[in-house]
Design a protein around this ligand. Structure first.
Ligand code: SIN
Ligand code: CO
Length: 417
């Protein structure tokens, strides 16, 4: 259920990974308090925003992040777009013709920055850069289970992806230069046929604004929109994931089957000792249908199975994510001594979720007992202070687990710089 295989705004692909030499964010971003008004949401509190706007109607927020700096420079973005494990797309609108190309793009494969009307979209920048991850973290008033990624677009004057709609919520944050956004709640979402990207056939703008650095536009799903760069510009798009019902069903059944197999319940093969000889071999035997129906009717699940499925499924890293384990890992004793001085933080690619009985880290399920309660803070804050680490460093089950995660590259010693 990656957010945008066929969405947002062009066509396809799954998300990227791997790291550029990103500078660390300057401080950990604490999850926003639900009831404290914030400039980010136009001085609404996250609770008010969620009640009044989330999934309901658009909101323009002037100076959501005053004095914002783009998390990456144009050249850093172009460098990312040249990596194989990054999903990058180039959309050009030259001579009135829409074209789409997929990366990676070597520097000489991008049009000149002097040429008008092209845009480069780079998906999943949060997986590659701590500053991008820190920006995404500002939106953690929405559960991590729904947060998808940070996409950065660069456009030259007149560049954009055409009028379209997305199936997911999005915050469009202007981080450099200006972009004119036009939006519409129109019902007619017919797409122009035969194009390599989703462009609406009949777009009729109802509202329009020019966004400057720090301004942000929230759009719920299915609001038609068109953003055109006025001069060179960069926009960050904070996107969300929403699984389709069919995807959830298919993945849940797969999860149940895997679990059955792990518990040794999947060994029995279909048997038919009473099968008579047939005259019409192509015909599906009625007894086969009946028997399989009986097998399927025995499938049972409870709420815990659903929570376990969701936790493992939603914390699973995107397919191309590769962690970078330390080249010469500290042994456990040294790891403890180092973390006692500097604390720990989750790697920017790590997904750590939890519910009543389990933690889910990068697709793995871990039962929590009393000793692992501290993981709640690590999951919510994405870091652990040295002081906190010291209080639990006497518990070897905890330090052994954290050391394992450290060796896998899932956590790092040291809080944010
Ligand atoms: C979008 O419209 O969803 C984002 C496009 C962009 O940043 O150019
Ligand atoms: Co869009």
């Amino acid at each position: 259920m990656p957010r945008r295989p066929t969405d947002h705004p062009a066509d396809a692909a799954s998300a990227p990974n791997s790291s550029s030499a990103a500078k660390p964010a300057t401080h950990p971003i604490l999850p926003p308090a639900p009831d404290v008004p914030t400039a980010l949401l136009g001085h609404l509190s996250p609770s008010q925003f969620m009640r009044r706007y989330w999934q309901k109607k658009p909101l323009l927020i002037r100076q959501a992040i005053p004095n914002i700096e783009a998390p990456l420079t144009r050249d850093e973005l172009f460098e990312l777009a040249d990596q194989d494990d990054i999903e990058a797309r180039l959309i050009t609108h030259f001579r009135n013709k829409w074209q789409l190309e997929h990366g990676p793009f070597a520097p000489d494969e991008l049009p000149s920055i002097k040429q008008r009307a092209w845009t480069l979209l780079v998906q999943g920048v949060d997986l590659h850069d701590d500053r991008a991850r820190a920006l995404l973290d500002r939106f953690r008033f929405v559960p991590d289970a729904r947060l998808d990624d940070l996409m950065i677009s660069y456009a030259t004057d007149g560049g954009g992806v055409g009028p379209h709609f997305d199936s997911y919520d999005v915050f469009l944050l202007q981080v450099k230069g200006k972009r004119r956004w036009r939006i519409s709640a129109q019902k007619d979402l017919t797409l122009q046929p035969g194009l390599p990207l989703k462009v609406l056939q009949n777009f009729e703008a109802e509202e329009e604004w020019v966004l400057e650095p720090g301004d942000m536009l929230y759009l719920p799903p299915h609001i038609a929109h068109d953003g055109i760069a006025e001069g060179e510009c960069m926009t960050c798009s904070i996107g969300f994931r929403a699984p389709s019902e069919s995807e959830l069903t298919a993945q849940f059944l797969y999860h149940l089957a895997e679990r059955g197999e792990a518990a040794g319940k999947a060994g029995a093969l279909y048997r038919d000792p009473k099968q008579p000889a047939v005259e019409r071999p192509a015909e599906l035997p009625a007894a086969l249908v009946e028997r399989v129906g009986a097998i399927l009717a025995r499938i049972k699940w409870n709420e815990q199975d659903i929570a376990s499925f969701l936790g493992t499924y939603l914390s699973e890293p995107k397919p191309s994510v590769v962690f970078d384990p330390p080249q010469r890992p500290l042994n456990e004793a040294r790891f403890i001594s180092s973390a006692s001085k500097t604390g720990l933080r989750l790697d920017r690619k790590t997904n750590l979720l939890y519910e009543r009985r389990f933690f889910f880290v990068n697709g793995e399920e871990i039962a929590w007992d009393g000793a692992k309660k501290w993981l709640f803070d690590l999951a919510n804050l994405r870091c652990m202070s040295a002081k906190r680490f010291v209080t639990l460093s006497h518990d070897s089950s905890v330090t052994a687990l954290l050391h394992e995660w450290y060796c896998a590259g899932w956590i790092q010693v040291g809080e944010l710089a």
